[in-house]
Design a protein around this ligand. Structure first.
Ligand SMILES: [Zn+2]
Length: 318
């Protein structure tokens, strides 16, 4: 009886907060590329959240596991690497969804059980739109800023939110993940410390590998559809040129302009994401004889994914 009553209150609370979230989210400002409400933001409108199964919910409710929420999929990899068998990680932005994704009632129900939220803290539009709802829904949830210790590109509302695409930033994010888990579960801090150290060692060797791989190239420039690779470019002395113009497909005039930019800058590679239209990118690549590669900045297998990105750049820009 007691359980039914509290779940009714939770459902009612979610309904109220969803209405509030819808009225607060959306086009609050048009300050930069990542904040417009275009469908062309790298969002898949059919992106699906995989809800917690009954077994996971039981293990969270009985205290045998800690539910940790985050904003993007690569963070769930970091959380699982540090938290090991102690944690279940969920990403509030599901695979394929973009910065302007709105969480479903089922996601909020799962979130209401989280003990910790690893916030990107890098001006991510999704967090600007929804963090207040999350903390109102789950006031006991500890919120940790993953960006603490990272020098952001831009600041405030115009900051580049994609901190996770640089392994050097990922090392800091993993350190912050350790800090969060140790805060909510101090009894297991040494377990988390050992896991974090092991994963940081892997990230450091990835960083060394990428630094070496990307050092001797004649061109430092690459094109991307959605500018998700700013931190990667900064940390390996590269330059990303974004084709996406204010979250929209390039116009025929833009295509001509980008073909010329590609020729002038000795560009051979365009990165696109599976979820977005590749029409404009393909037209541009055909115009200068370059190649289009599908790269997902939100892939779960972080180390393999970053290594692949480095290999494509090193091979094509040599
Ligand atoms: Zn993005």
């Amino acid at each position: 009886m007691k359980i039914k009553k509290s779940s009714f209150i939770l459902t009612a609370a979610i309904a109220v907060l969803l209405i509030a979230a819808v009225s607060f989210s959306g086009c609050l400002d048009f300050g930069h590329d990542h904040d417009d409400c275009s469908d062309h933001d790298h969002g898949d409108p059919n992106a699906a959240y995989d809800p917690l199964d009954d077994e996971s919910i039981d293990s969270v409710l009985n205290g045998s596991k800690i539910l940790v929420a985050a904003s993007v999929i690569p963070q769930t990899e970091f959380i699982e690497k540090v938290g090991g068998s102690r944690v279940i990680a969920i990403s509030m932005i599901p695979p394929g969804a973009g910065h302007n994704f709105d969480p479903s009632p089922r996601q909020l129900e799962d979130l209401s059980k989280a003990r910790l939220y690893m916030q990107l803290g890098s001006g991510e539009p999704f967090e600007r739109n929804h963090m207040r709802t999350f903390t109102q829904l789950n006031p006991n949830m500890t919120v940790i800023n993953s960006s603490e210790g990272i020098t952001l590109i831009g600041s405030g509302r115009s900051a580049d939110p994609h901190i996770w695409t640089s392994p050097r930033c990922a090392i800091v994010m993993v350190e912050n993940t350790y800090r969060g888990l140790a805060a909510v579960d101090p009894a297991n801090a040494s377990y988390y410390r050992a896991n974090a150290d092991a994963y940081i060692a892997e990230l450091e060797s990835l960083d060394a590998e990428l630094t070496d791989m990307l050092s001797g190239m004649s061109s430092r420039n690459f094109m991307v559809y959605h500018p998700a690779w700013g931190y990667f470019a900064r940390d390996y002395n590269l330059n990303q040129i974004a084709i996406e113009v204010d979250g929209k497909e390039p116009s025929p005039r833009d295509i001509v302009r980008f073909i010329n930019i590609a020729k002038e800058n000795n560009i051979s590679v365009i990165f696109v994401q599976e979820q977005v239209s590749v029409t404009g990118a393909t037209a541009i690549a055909e115009g200068f004889g370059g190649s289009v590669y599908v790269i997902d900045p939100l892939a779960k297998n972080y180390i393999e994914n970053m290594r692949y990105v480095g290999q494509v750049l090193a091979e094509k820009m040599a």
